[in-house]
Design a protein around this ligand. Sequence first.
Ligand code: SF4
Ligand code: SF4
Ligand code: FES
Length: 460
Amino acid sequence: MSLVTVNIDDKSYEAKENSLLIDLLILHDIKVPYFCYHESLGADGNCRMCMVEIEGKKRPQIACDTFVSDGMSIQTASEKISSVRKRILELELINHPVDCPICDQAGECKLQDYYMDFGLYDSNIDMKEKVHNKKHIALGSSVILDRERCVLCTRCVRFTSNITKSGELGVINRGDKACISTVPGMKLDNPYAMNVVDLCPVGALTSKEFRFAQRVWFLKSTPSICHGCSTGCNIFIDHNQEKYKEDKIYRIRPRKNREVNGDFICDYGRLSYKNLQENRQQELLNKSNVISYEDALLELNSKISGSKNIVILVDANLYNEDIAAISNFSQKIGAKLVCPTECYFDDSFGDDWLKSDYKCANLQAIKNYKIDSLFSSDQQIDLLINFNHPSFSKFSSKQSVEFSTHKGSSAELVLAIPAYSEYSGTTINDANIEQYSQKAITTDVATISEYLSDLSKVAL
Ligand code: SF4
Ligand code: SF4
Ligand code: FES
């Protein structure tokens, strides 16, 4: 495709011939309001917010349905365009309940932003004259629809018809009775259903899990990688530490990465933050008694020195940096390092889109380090050291040590370690892409690398 030159607000820009004008405006951060257009869903042309002036055209045109051509001259901020946008926004808001103070979308709502950018008119309609509608409709087990807030952009409908192809949603009725509905006999319960909450530009679709839980302006967003399966979808972990309380994760959202997950994630990954916070191991235990960090290292050291046949289990969810440290450690103490992988395999989970059959984040690192994935030992294991592998209880040994994120270990020596959201590191997904997760939540618990480095200071 050849390049063309387009003039926007008296500045020249290069673009691919016949590409969409709205993409060019978004790419160069040129302010253009839009509700219905979405890069992953394409243009629908129903909201009419993205109006621009094009030289040679009598009337304003929508940027989401305009293809660029050489020499095109565009105005995005003229008086005429500002007035058109203001009137269209007024139409969008005519029956809107304006219940921003109790709306979960407040702070990240396109209607609010555009009203401040382009609206600022006095309403011509009295609150009593507005057409009211149902405010709490469960579309499925995880998404609630507030029909009064909907601007009928149809992003949610197009997600179910074009992306998941499950077709649960549609627009019913006409005129000011038009509204979003589930198709009779269907519920919005597909494995990717909650993406419609992110797609909705206003507060019409909210997540049951996040409703009224937290104001978005209090949340800190940390870029990370989902550990739900080996696809490694890019995510934001949204968390907040309220006064006198622990830092807490309130939601996981997709983070755009065209090479991995596009704009979306699955609901399983989205809701996986709950497991990161429940039933967590925080203490160091020796035969169920709480011990200090120093005593734990001495006990571990004595168990290693007194054992001959040592087996180390490593979890395929750990970061590359941990796996490297564990691999060095196992060589140093002459242990057999294994990662049985059949426990991660679940072909009822995987699909032909994002979800993979392997429910672990770093299987590729296990392969790269040539760690045995099948293990059977006819010899008695003297000491089993488990680095959070889920199959620990299937092995028997004379003595056992477990580095664990969650409570419930049956090992004699239990050493608490942080979950992936609590420290930084890299994983390699099933397309062999190395990705970085940033620490979101602060914890006092030592990382595996810290344990092993401090252990090396204790005489082995
Ligand atoms: S519910 Fe949200 S995404 Fe769906 S049509 Fe209404 S405004 Fe658009
Ligand atoms: S597809 Fe896998 S990596 Fe992506 S969000 Fe779901 S569980 Fe997480
Ligand atoms: S974004 Fe162009 S008409 Fe809605």
